[in-house]
Design a protein around this ligand. Structure first.
Ligand code: SF4
Length: 294
């Protein structure tokens, strides 16, 4: 047993300090106690990643009131096709930079927290990076968690929504779906990719009646144009009653150290967090579309 096995549930309203990785979290930190597989041959490792018995993971942590309801075990998977200018986790960009972790070992760990999840109405959240970069592994974890009666959530941009099989989605209770901008041009500027796959994935979730929390990161001078926000709201509106809340996440400078450590160009170095008035007026736009906004 490690010290992480004896924790009490995380404190209300944020990430438990015991699990908060340092701002400049090093690769592999935060996976204490999960078996590492340094002796696997590369080809065998790739084959096992393809069949989903092995995943590439950055870290995991216990959180409360973020990444879904209740106390959650959020697992950050490595690999992401987007390059969001404001990314807090650039150290998850590449799948090869993660630590190999057995699906069974991760599920065993989740099992230990079942009572915490049950008592807090929480569960697990697969985040990243982009969870749908590793669909076989994610599918295995989601199915395993569901079979233990654990509430499941994925946190995704939806860009790789086509990687999520119908079978996988049967084991997803909630999707945190990031709509990073409302028009193609801004979306491309923010992420380097196209907006359409996100809309298509949201449409698919809505058709299946899967609960969505839509999320939007508010960056002054980048995403805050009311017209852009209005367009985001219109996209989310397509998904009707599947959307149970909209979260407006004010940009802040948390990831700067990581960008520097990776020697990547961080273009938002001088960007400031939005003023409370801007956050409020942005939330008001979503509210005017009838959404419950956080
Ligand atoms: S989708 Fe998430 S992990 Fe990927 S670049 Fe954007 S913010 Fe970072």
């Amino acid at each position: 047993m490690t010290d992480t096995d004896t924790i009490t549930p995380a404190t209300e309203g944020g990430r438990d300090q015991d699990f908060l990785a340092p701002a400049a979290r090093l690769r592999g930190a935060g996976i204490g106690g999960i078996e590492e597989l340094s002796d696997l041959q590369r080809s065998e490792r790739l084959a096992r990643m393809r069949d989903g018995s092995l995943g590439s993971i950055h870290s995991w942590e216990l959180v409360t009131a973020v990444d879904g309801p209740g106390t959650r075990m959020t697992v950050f998977l490595n690999g992401c096709p987007l390059r969001c200018l404001y990314c807090h986790n650039p150290d998850t960009f590449l799948m090869k930079d993660g630590e190999p972790v057995e699906a069974d070992e991760l599920l065993r760990r989740m099992k230990r927290y079942r009572n915490v999840f049950r008592a807090s109405k929480g569960g697990i959240t697969l985040s990243g990076g982009e969870v749908l970069m590793q669909p076989a592994f994610a599918g295995r974890i989601l199915a395993g968690a569901k079979s233990m009666g654990i509430h499941t959530c994925i946190d995704t941009s939806g860009y790789l929504g086509r990687n999520a099989s119908d079978k996988m989605l049967e084991n997803v209770d909630l999707v945190l779906l990031d709509v990073k901008s409302g028009d193609e041009e801004t979306y491309k500027k923010v992420t380097g990719r196209e907006l359409a796959p996100t809309i298509a994935f949201g449409d698919r979730l809505a058709a299946k009646g899967i609960e969505i929390w839509a999320r939007f990161v508010l960056v002054p001078g980048l995403t805050d144009d009311p017209e852009n926000v209005e367009n985001v709201a219109r996209i989310i509106e397509r998904w009707g009653s599947s959307v149970s809340r909209v979260e407006v996440l004010p940009f802040h400078q948390m990831g700067t150290d990581k960008w520097d450590a990776l020697k990547l160009e961080y273009k938002l170095r001088d960007a400031l967090p939005p003023e409370p008035e801007l956050v409020e007026s942005t939330r008001a736009i979503f509210r005017s579309h009838g959404f419950t906004v956080h």
